[in-house]
Design a protein around this ligand. Structure first.
Ligand code: FES
Length: 256
């Protein structure tokens, strides 16, 4: 494990990005927000999961839809719209959106780099990852590059501790087992739109230890492997088609 750098003392706030609302030309009450028809359909589907008097249970999934539609950040109008749809006080929405680092309260770069800075990642060199990104991009943690490409944000544990240190990009894919060098190669490839390996950026496939996979050994000390999901999918599809065909034939017989 790497030793903590003396020069980098991470802030222990939930996020390095401010959660307070800042009036900007693109984020104020006069900038309208309306969900697309397609997203309204999605919201209807989500609301059907809950009793009508528990619409607030849908706050996180509906905010997620709003953020995706709004270029990866939640404007004031978007949050107000969510409050209206879910029939909850606006403050409840502001609180949720401010608490979770998965929600961005201000515009972020096209490539939003969330670097985990919690203990396991920090012990494995998260501070070096942040320093490498800051140096390469010429910005500090919590800032966006002037060309709008990258934002660096330190966040709390993202659930990939066994593959520390790691980053999450645009709230979606994670890239793990990073080094200061591999993280720079990775972000440059992302910018160019080149294919990148998701997950561990080393020889590892998942989070197996230095001895390789050991937890799936059977009684005969043989190694067993995961199911072949591709083959399972083909078999499932065939079975589904056969059932549909049988139902069709039965319906045709019934008409005769
Ligand atoms: S501590 Fe970094 S992913 Fe959990």
């Amino acid at each position: 494990m790497g030793r903590l750098s003396k020069t980098y003392m991470p802030s222990r706030a939930f996020s390095s990005i401010s959660v307070q609302h800042k009036e900007t030309p693109e984020n104020n009450d006069s900038v309208p927000f309306e969900f697309t028809d397609e997203n309204y359909k999605e919201i209807d589907k989500i609301l059907k999961r809950y009793p009508p008097n528990y619409k607030r249970s849908a706050i996180i999934p509906v905010l997620t839809i709003a953020q995706k539609q709004n270029d990866n950040f939640l404007s004031l109008s978007a949050m107000r719209k969510v409050a209206k749809i879910l029939e909850v006080p606006e403050m409840d929405i502001f609180e949720v959106a401010s608490f979770y680092t998965m929600f961005n309260r201000e515009r972020v770069g096209k490539i939003h780099l969330q670097v985990c800075g919690t203990t396991p990642c920090l012990l494995c060199g998260a501070d070096k990852i942040i320093q490498a990104l800051e140096k390469h991009l010429g910005i500090k943690n919590g800032e966006t590059t002037p060309d709008g490409w990258f934002t660096i944000q330190e966040v709390e544990c993202l659930g990939a501790c066994a593959n520390a240190p790691m980053i999450q990009v645009n709230g979606e894919w994670v890239y793990e087992d990073l080094t200061p060098e591999s993280v720079i190669t990775l972000i440059e490839k992302l910018k160019k739109g080149e294919p990148v390996k998701r997950g561990p950026q080393t020889h590892r496939n998942d989070c197996e230890g230095p001895q390789g996979r050991t937890s799936l050994i059977n009684f005969n000390q043989e190694r067993t492997f995961d199911r072949d999901f591709a083959a399972e999918k083909v078999a499932y599809q065939k079975e589904k088609e056969a059932k549909a065909q049988a139902a069709k034939e039965a319906a045709a017989k019934g008409k005769k």
